[in-house]
Design a protein around this ligand. Structure first.
Ligand SMILES: CC(C)(COP(=O)(O)OP(=O)(O)OC[C@H]1O[C@@H](n2cnc3c(N)ncnc32)[C@H](O)[C@@H]1OP(=O)(O)O)[C@@H](O)C(=O)NCCC(=O)NCCS
Length: 145
């Protein structure tokens, strides 16, 4: 298994994986998220690829202060084999390699099992509340996450 920048021919597979994993929301366009993350120098989408097939993903980036990771997902048939851990290690390496000292991430409160996964990776709940705002009033009215 190799972890590399998500190649173009696996973009649709990544979107399918995120949809299957329940990570997409009607108010977020996963293809636009993907394109933006791949476009700039401070973010990327990492892909675990096995025999040419997409086994997992992690979208990672930094804002100059902290690293953030999104869309961490392993193909259902490959879960429980350490791929999630490998993807998180790759994401952390990507951020640390750019001189950023800390990674943060958000887990939806409904995603209870995943929180334990991150705790196993050494992540701890932070004493903070996340606030957000879409600039488009219509999107702001439709969601909160
Ligand atoms: C969360 C997810 C990425 C984990 O991937 P994975 O490849 O199965 O995880 P790993 O095999 O690397 O597991 C690493 C450790 O976490 C633990 N773990 C993994 N999933 C867990 C779960 N749901 N509940 C509790 N512990 C879990 C494993 O037991 C393992 O522990 P250990 O190394 O201390 O023995 C995968 O279940 C997934 O894709 N879920 C759906 C998408 C999702 O919710 N992503 C997170 C969005 S915030």
């Amino acid at each position: 298994m190799i972890v590399e920048r998500l190649p173009e021919h696996l973009h649709e597979d990544a979107v399918s994986l995120w949809e299957e994993a329940g990570l997409t929301r009607p108010w977020n366009d996963p293809r636009a998220d993907l394109d933006r993350a791949l476009a700039g120098p401070t973010s990327t989408v990492l892909a675990a690829v096995e025999e040419g097939r997409l086994a997992g993903t992690a979208m990672v980036g930094h804002d100059g202060h902290r690293g953030w990771v999104y869309y961490v997902a392993v193909h259902p048939s490959r879960r429980g084999n350490g791929l999630g851990r490998e993807l998180m290690a790759a994401a952390e390496g990507w951020v640390a390699g750019r001189g950023i000292p800390k990674m943060q991430l958000m887990v939806r409160s409904t995603n209870t099992g995943t929180r334990e996964f991150y705790e196993r990776m050494g992540y701890a709940v932070q004493d903070t509340v996340v606030l957000g705002k879409f600039f488009d009033p219509e999107r702001q009215a439709r969601q909160s996450g």
